[in-house]
Design a protein. Sequence first.
Lengths: 138, 197
Amino acid sequence: MISAAVLRGIGTLTRTRAAFTAPLAVRCYSHAKVETDEEFDSRWVTYFSKPDLDAWELRKGMNTLIGYDLVPEPKILDSALRACRRLDDLASAIRILEAIKDKSGPHKEIYPYVIQELGPTLQELGISTPEELGIDKV
Amino acid sequence: MCHIPRGRARRQLLVDKLGPSYLKMLASRALVQGLQTGFWRRVSTSSAAWAAHTHDIDVVDCSVPQYNNRLDTPLPDVPFVRNLSAEQKKLKEKEKGSWTQLTKEEKLALYRLTHELSFAEMRQGSKEWMTVLGGIFFFLGFTGLLVWWQRVYVYGDVPPTLSEESIAQQTQRMIDMRVNPVHGFSHKWDYEKKQWK
């Protein structure tokens, strides 16, 4: 009889490995809970949404986020841009957009998508994209 | 700062520590004069003290956060321009209002106050590699000239055994003694027709 815990465990494992049939107890995988994408996103949105976020925390958060092997979701960036607005820091807002473009690397379709998703926020806050300011070219 | 003896006191110190024979070796006049004119003093002074002394060196204080241009750290620790002029301060005040009121030039100015280089500028390479490659070829060529000069003016004559007739005699001897007759040298010589195959 396979317990619910083992089923859950196998469920997590089959996301990473196909055709896995041996019992869980034999393998030496960590039993730590893997954070889902949604949990990651909401954690970061909450981080940047803090009303009294200070400049250091903004910088730290952004630099850490860029250090991860991923391009942040538009909703995290929306939260970060609003944090820039609360701190009266337009330069950082533009820098964040530049960093996203750079972070996408060879996947050229990511940046236009992000700008499209952030369009309303950029309009509302009055943030110009790097392209509008001409700093995307040398 | 410990007292470093100069002149006669220094020579006496050397004699006491190392003996007269060492003294002759080490304390040659040129060496002592060189040491005394302050070479060591220049090398041993700490850079901060030296900078305070000379006033023309840019001393970077590494004990406080510094500005940096890095692709992986988009928001640097401090803004690029710390000391704002009156105009720049006014712009910073305007930034506290709605950003929709700012013109493109003002937004660009705000960006440049905080950041020295944009991402595109950080990513751009330089033409330095051409200079480096050119320098390498130049020096290789110069070395070639030196080697050529050396070959002409330094090396002696080549041995007489490398002259045309000496080699002809040598080849004839090799054919006569049937060197490598199966697959090699003499195999290629036709003994009937007395010529190379």
